[in-house]
Design a protein around this ligand. Sequence first.
Ligand SMILES: Nc1ccn([C@@H]2O[C@H](COP(=O)(O)OP(=O)(O)OC[C@H](O)CO)[C@@H](O)[C@H]2O)c(=O)n1
Length: 666
Amino acid sequence: MRAVSSSLFYNSPKPKFNHLSNPVRNPVIRCIYTRNPCFNSCFSVKPTSITPFSCSAVTSHHPGSDNLATAEAATGTGTATEARLHLLIQEFESLLEPVDRVKRLLQYGNLLPPFEQSLKFTENRVPGCTAQVWLHVSLGNDNKVRFLADSDSEITKGFCACLVWLLDGAEPGEVLALKTEDLEAINVMGLNGKRVSSMKSRANTWHNVLVSLQKRTKALVAEREGRPRGEPFPSLIVDADGIQAKGSYAEAQGRTTMQRRVRNCFPDSQAVLGQDCNEGQRFLSLKIIGTVGLSKDEIKKLSVACSLSQTGIEQKVITKGHMDKDHTVAAVYRAVACIYTSIVMVFMAYANGIVSAQGKPPLFSFGVISDVQYADIPDGRSFLGVPRYYRHSLLMLQRAVQKWNEQKPKFVINFGDIIDGFCPKDQSLSAIKKVIDEFNVFDGPVYHMIGNHCLYNLPREKLLQMLNIPSIDGLAYYDFSPIPEYRIVVLDGYDISAIGWPKDHEKTLKALNFLRERNPNSDKNSPNGLVGLERRFLMFNGAVGKEQLEWLDHVLQDATNSNQKVVVCCHLPLDPGAATKEALLWNYDEVMYVIHQYNCVKACLAGHDHKGGHSVDSHGIHHRVLEAALECPPGTDAFGCVNLFDDRLQLSGADRMESQEMVFSC
Ligand SMILES: Nc1ccn([C@@H]2O[C@H](COP(=O)(O)OP(=O)(O)OC[C@H](O)CO)[C@@H](O)[C@H]2O)c(=O)n1
């Protein structure tokens, strides 16, 4: 046993951790204007050249206001939106210096109506923007579109403010009629009327926010009229020359696609097509890797199209540095188009050697899912207001198992929290059985770990028995070696915990004492007043105890001797870079100290922090926190398949579980 540090559960000196010095985000942006909307002294334009409504434009959100009357009077005819647009353009054109136009935007951004924190969930994010942009759209009984917007970028807030002023309260038709080009005339994205490349992302912001607003408006109108919300897929072709996107939404999508490099998502996740290469095969083929929102009939047609596409493609060998896009893309496109013309094909092809890189099959694969938190109760929200879909998560698990049975991974790992704390306690047993039954449909072994929500429902002993977790003294850590080259280590993050053990158990008392010393709040789930990494000292977290740390050390020594690579799994995240501080294992630093003594651990996977995350720590180890199943809106998924290679781990995720390739450091 090597010397192990310990601030918490060990007795040796505290280790030094480089990753504790993560850069602190500094969101402060210096304001260059006052809150007074008519403050113009810093603008190089004469005050008289500002239109009558300019300074109060974005504070007036209801059609028919004085400002609108002024606007309509000024322009004569046209819709209210056209009138407003006209005046907005006039206003920005009257600002002679680009810097003044930017200042005006900043000023308007400051006047945006507040956007509730609880509305900042994934579905309200505008895709494709460099900054974070949120948009909440609704359709009133008066058939007027109402929307709120916000961003973490001050300039983007300014764009949003202009859009809100232009379109909030407009008829759907007016919203849909506005074009990005119309907004370009406002001319804040270019200098002296000319676009420059560094300003392109601002033009894209206008564009992305507007397109998102229009898509959601269309969806809301369709829903009101009893039609399906979806749209045909936009066209996006990625070939040897890069992205050939038809339409701006596809452009935004294309940028994301290029970043991810692994899979190709349609907006709204209606279907996902990806490239597939068999061992030694240098041909490209397409396969469906996600079909959310498609009917059985559509899936069937798409499958036929994909099979045909393979026939077309296999005529052409894709060689390193060369891809015949005319033949390859066209063959696929034609094949698909003639079978199912209503689906606009998205084709992703990687040239220049990527084919051979991905052509190698994985050494083995395993399925992953986390935080199912099933309960037979209506949808709700987390403490912080994030929607939770307790019943849907079971349906999602069913889809996951069905997918795994098609993909045939060697085993599945459940990262804990399979039932929710809100499950009525007289239903805990039946609920957990229901979830286990679904896991049992998987045609292979399922390895479980326990999470805090499991422990809210049932005592540890019962859980271990039901989940078939190998255990000594009620502890739930274990390891196994699916192939000689790899070892999987599963940690018990609630070894020292104030939940799950009997009330008078030594571990409960130790945990309570530990929390008492570090968290002054009477509600020990509350991080109020705790600073930085101290925020992890919460009742819903726990720690790895001394014996388990020693066991881990021993296992890693053994893996090193056997030349094995190790993947460590734990319900609680082990690196502050990959998770919120409130989600971390209490003594993540002690665990990582042990891990860092060796070179065998390549990745640490976790759950618990529902939004998911990824980091690479100071020793080059990947940390990936998996997105929660529970927070998937109906019809969407968050599960995946992990493919292990000699030099990397590839997570292929469905929908909300982001796919990722993690290349190991030496
Ligand atoms: N600030 C908070 C947060 C939570 N609680 C209460 O603690 C219990 C568990 O919270 P919950 O969000 O359900 O826990 P999960 O395991 O699903 O998620 C963990 C987090 O995502 C980690 O970041 C529950 O009773 C909450 O109400 C609290 O009091 N104060």
